[in-house]
Every structure is written in C-alpha cells, then in structure tokens.
Unconditional design. Structure first.
Length: 144
C-alpha cells in the first residue's frame, strides 16, 4: 500500500495540517503490519507510540474482555504517549491490519522541525481523546 501524504489529511490526527506539513512529518512515521490475532499493544506494558489505522480492524481488550473496536482512521496509543504510563488495554488485530506509528522520539523531532504542526497534532489527539471519553460517558449513562 502506497501512502500519499495528501491521503493522510483525511485522518483526524492530521486535520488542519497542510500537505507540505504532512510531507515534512512523513519521515518521522513508521509503517507497521499485523496479522489477525496478533497483539499490537499489550495491557500493562510500555507503549511509546501513537498509531493510526490505514486499513483493517483491531479490538480493544481489558482483562481479556472486548471493550470496543478500532477501524480505518482510528488513533490509539495516545494515552500512554501523553501520560507515559503502561498501556491501559490490549489492542489486538482482528483482521490483517496496516498502521502508521509515531514514536515519542519522533514527536520530539516533529516539534523541533515544525512546532506549529506539532501543536496541531497534539490538539487533534486531545480532540480524539475527548470524543472517546464523551462516547464512553454516554455508554455508561445509557445503562442507568
């Protein structure tokens, strides 16, 4: 799968970035692939990468219970990158999955190369986390 920087503008992580900024960020990203059933992140272990799904699906598990699923465009791993704590859940590939990742070290590189682009990425992460928290709150209150 060839990944054009212009395609990444569709993903929430890169919303608001210009194509030139994404081209600058592209070398800081790493492509990853996993097969069905393979763990991408394991609950309780360190994770120093933000990942976003290019194609495929993954399950979010906590104590071996499926909490939700991620699919194309979804971002995960941001909690551990932002708060530097062990992974809160296991992320397991449900299908063949292709991801792009940005490590903590790469985030620092992006900051040094283009601080405004870094700020937009962090704002987008905060928005994604806020949406996820809002959705979880709604699911919890629906049960009452």
């Amino acid at each position: 799968m060839t990944i054009e920087p212009s395609i990444l503008q569709r993903y929430s992580l890169f919303g608001g970035l210009l194509e030139e900024q994404i081209r600058m960020i592209f070398p800081f990203m790493e492509k990853e692939s996993y097969v069905p059933g393979e763990d991408i992140i394991v609950e309780g272990t360190p994770n120093g990468k933000i990942r976003f799904i290019l194609e495929g699906r993954a399950a979010v598990l906590r104590n071996k219970i499926i909490l939700s699923e991620f699919s194309e465009g979804d971002v995960f791993g941001e909690m551990e990158v932002l708060d530097v704590m062990p992974s809160a859940a296991t992320i397991k590939a449900l299908t063949h999955i292709t991801l792009m990742s940005i490590s903590n070290k790469s985030l620092r590189g992006i900051y040094k190369a283009d601080a405004p682009a870094f700020a937009i990425i962090i704002m987008n992460l905060a928005r994604d986390l806020s949406r996820r928290l809002r959705k979880m709150n709604e699911r919890l209150t629906e049960r009452d």
